[in-house]
Ligand binder design. Structure first.
Ligand code: ADP
Length: 472
């Protein structure tokens, strides 16, 4: 076994070579040997001169043979060292060492290059190295994705490939500036108009520039969303506020108002004030849902969802005041593991929407059942006006309403379904909406099997602070 492993181990060619501490002495020894043998033969045969000459000639032939071997060894770079003697052996040793060092350096360089390629490939930004005149020297795979550069573009001028005028201006400026870094600019990607790229240029030494391209579309989208959100919130708050200010001005300006009249005007402030409160509460709840996470299923309390639906149903029936017909089909043993207040808001928002959008005489069917794959489905189906296909995808966007006037009229903040969506996301559940215009809609929350419990005993339900989740 030991023999095997040692024979498999790669032996450095240097290990097979001896260092000759004094090659010239070896040469002298060889010369003495050849000439000595020649002279001896000359003495024996009586031709001393011929013997001496033959000895010298023999030494020369031996030398040529050594040189021939050395030359053969040098010509094939991968050959093993040959047995040699004297100067040839010394030369072979030094050349062999040189070869070995070079091979090591090459291997190190190749390793470094591989490492660099791997690193450059892992960076999410596109990187392009160009000469001062703009010729492409190198780029990473992300530059292909973001800027559309292909291996065939190597050696071409970057400013012929990216034709954006703003880019050309900054690129030319940066070339002129030499060592200074150019400012960053934003341009649409040459591959896709909708992708925004931030481009920065860095000087690399005196003669090269590194271009770094980063996809900033997401940041832009987020900025736009934030601006829209702030605008929406301000708009939503301004409307009731204007009404409140209007009534207050009337009360303050008109000194002839009787107590009765003042009271009746003050009562009118209630609705817009309530509306503002609802809006602020929904906003606070949304921001709470946005930032926090909830514990995993096995660490969450058991929620009696059926009981919650019955409680919300009672409230809804009270608000409906007999205008709608309610039907329930609730699996009694089916429970959830989650945050009760949040799950309450799902039932409350979906069922309240159903009565708010369904005209009098309509029917509201509520179902809570287990599905075959272990998940559980909460369904609210109404016979309301239905929703056009084009709106379905956007219903859960903040402040998105199919009919703004109608939503406001029945006390909607435009945030109910966004809250539902966030709560469901936190519980690993999803919202499914189907609707037929003129016939009705169905909003369903599907909870994953991991959060579904069947027949688990729980203590008496603690009353959650429902008011803050209740929109009616
Ligand atoms: P809102 O406070 O306006 O009701 P939501 O986020 O709860 O806000 O709902 C967003 C929009 O979805 C509503 O404005 C309405 O246009 C539509 N919608 C929600 N539920 C229903 C439903 N049951 N029937 C018809 N349209 C609905």
């Amino acid at each position: 076994c030991m023999k095997n492993s040692s024979s498999r181990r790669r032996v450095s060619p240097l290990a097979e070579l001896r260092v000759n501490p004094n090659p010239w002495v070896s040469e002298a020894k060889a010369l003495t040997t050849f000439v000595g043998i020649g002279t001896l033969l000359g003495l024996i045969t009586g031709h001393l001169g011929v013997g001496f000459g033959l000895g010298l000639a023999g030494f020369l032939v031996w030398h040529f043979l050594q040189l021939h071997r050395l030359e053969r060894w040098l010509r094939s770079p991968r050959s093993r060292p040959e047995p040699m003697y004297g100067l040839a052996e010394d030369l072979q040793f030094h050349m062999s060492r040189e070869r070995h060092l070079q091979r090591q350096k090459r291997a190190q360089l190749a390793k470094g290059l591989k490492q660099f390629r791997r690193t450059a490939g892992a960076i999410p930004d596109g990187m392009v190295l160009v000469t001062r005149s703009g010729e492409i020297l190198w780029f990473n795979p992300q530059a292909t994705e973001l800027l559309g550069l292909y291996p065939g573009d190597l050696g071409h001028h970057l400013n012929h490939l990216i034709r954006n005028p703003e880019f050309l201006r900054v690129f030319t400026q940066a070339q002129g500036r030499g060592r200074d870094n150019a400012n960053s600019i934003e341009i649409p990607s040459p591959l896709n108009e909708r992708v925004t790229l931030e481009i920065r240029l860095f000087a690399v030494g005196k003669d090269q520039q590194l271009l770094v391209a980063r996809d900033t579309s997401l940041v832009h989208r987020l900025q736009t969303m934030r601006k829209d959100f702030v605008a929406n919130v301000s708009h939503e708050l301004r409307t009731p506020l204007t009404v409140i200010i209007g009534y207050l001005e009337t009360i303050l300006d008109d000194e002839s108002l009787t107590l009765e009249e003042t009271r009746s005007l003050l009562e009118k402030l209630d609705r817009p004030a309530q509306r503002m409160r609802l809006l602020v509460e929904d906003l606070l709840l949304l921001s709470r849902l946005d930032t926090g996470t909830i514990p995993p299923a096995d660490e969450c309390p058991v929620v009696e969802f059926g009981a919650i639906v019955r409680a919300v149903g009672k409230d809804c029936e009270y608000i409906s005041a007999g205008e709608h017909h309610f039907e329930y089909e609730l699996a009694p043993q089916l429970k959830l593991s989650g945050i009760e207040q949040e799950i309450y808001s799902v039932a409350s928002n979906l069922m309240n929407n159903a009565i708010r959008y369904t005209p009098a005489g309509g029917e509201i069917r509520v179902r809570w059942r287990a599905l075959e794959d272990g998940s559980a489905r909460f369904e609210v189906t109404d016979t309301g006006p239905g929703i056009e296909e084009q709106h379905l995808q956007r219903l859960t966007e903040r402040f998105y309403r199919v009919d703004v006037g109608r939503s406001r009229q029945n006390g909607g903040t435009g945030l109910g379904l966004s809250i539902v969506k966030q709560v469901l996301r936190r519980h690993g559940a999803k919202l499914e909406v189907t609707s037929t215009l003129g016939e009705g809609s169905q909003f369903a929350a599907v909870f994953p099997a991991s959060r579904v419990l069947i027949g688990v005993e729980t203590g008496p339900m603690e009353g959650p602070d429902r008011r803050s989740f209740h929109r009616a």
